[in-house]
Design a protein around this ligand. Structure first.
Ligand code: AMP
Length: 313
């Protein structure tokens, strides 16, 4: 098992979906990703929280083996705040507010114990913060990044530099269209690969995810669920599951990447079953295995007997 650094927002979120609403609950890309990764490998978290950030969320991270030496606390500051509202199908959301608060002046200093980590997930946050972490990492063997429409619009140059330095970029379908300037996802993936990463993963919400590289193309549906409550954090949990598995196997070959995408899919399915961290909190090893095997069965299909097919009818 190798060491994994996770940086990104640690937040309080107010979220409204057709199934309910919550006010100032724990969220943030690094929090979701670390709780998810912690099912497989203990993450080393980098971020900043204000005095309003609940201690029990940090306890949950600790209980997953997370190292919080890289989490700064600003007792008289306010945590990153995001609020959003989802549409009826929960495939689209509108951001109502983004307040960087303590993240506005955050310049991370990695603890010495983090610097030789071999795996890294740059979860969603200002690209400058992602770059500051990359600058302080020694020889990481696999770096993944995520981002968001806000940073594509306002920090495109810094984001371009991040993309030029990572192995894998994760983007949802609307983000990759926006970043690549084309509505065609296959072409958009090619354009993002041209910016530097060796792999691109396109997240398509309930329609699953697609992994693209120069030598591979792999698509998987999402795990079907009767009760989806809140999609917030699905992408981060997906990514946390991926990096957690890669670090655990300490291998980034194409075969492992496909497996990591499937693992991420299963972990994300637990996240969307509740608000905040409730869904991830309830996921145990047995359920994880059950869903992984069920998902694998769903996408299995037999090879064609072409000789049979060619025979006249
Ligand atoms: P996801 O649903 O996977 O896109 O992630 C949602 C999480 O990202 C929420 O918990 C938010 O706190 C966090 N978030 C929202 N906007 C941003 C942003 N611009 N930068 C970093 N994190 C964000």
């Amino acid at each position: 098992m190798a060491d994994t650094v996770v940086v990104g927002s640690m937040a309080l979120d107010s979220v409204k979906t057709p199934f309910g609403e919550v006010d100032r609950v724990v969220g943030g890309a690094a929090v979701y990703a670390s709780v998810a990764a912690g099912l497989l490998t203990p993450p080393r978290v980098v971020g900043v929280v204000g005095g309003d950030f609940p201690e029990d969320a940090l306890d949950l991270l600790r209980s997953r083996g997370a190292d919080l030496a890289g989490v700064e606390r600003v007792p008289d500051g306010r945590s990153f705040f995001w609020s959003g509202v989802y549409d009826y199908a929960m495939s689209d959301r509108e951001t109502l507010a983004t307040e960087l608060n303590v993240f506005a002046d955050f310049s991370p200093t990695l603890p010495d114990s983090y610097r030789e980590s071999r795996y890294c997930f740059l979860a969603n946050i200002q690209p400058q913060v992602q770059l500051a972490v990359l600058d302080q990492l020694g020889q990481a063997c696999f770096v993944m990044c995520d981002t968001m429409n806000l940073w594509i619009e306002t920090e495109r140059d810094a984001l371009g530099e991040v993309l030029s330095r990572v192995d894998l970029a994760l983007l949802n379908d609307s983000e990759i269209r926006q970043l690549a300037g084309t509505p065609n996802l296959a072409r958009a993936a090619e354009r993002v690969l041209d910016l530097g990463p060796r792999f691109v993963v396109i997240k398509k919400g309930e329609y699953g995810a697609t992994l693209v590289s120069d030598d591979d193309y792999f698509s998987i549906p999402s795990y079907p669920l009767p009760n989806v409550v809140d999609p917030t954090g699905a992408g981060d949990s997906f990514a946390g599951g991926m990096i957690g598995l890669l670090a655990r196997q300490d291998d980034c070959c194409d075969r492992e990447l496909r497996r990591a995408v499937a693992f991420g899919t299963v972990i994300a399915s637990a996240c969307v079953e509740g608000f905040s961290l409730d869904g991830l909190r309830g996921l145990d090893g047995e359920e994880l295995r059950r869903r992984y095997d069920a998902l694998r069965e769903m996408v299995r299909f037999e090879a064609m007997e072409w000789d049979e097919f060619d025979r006249p009818r």
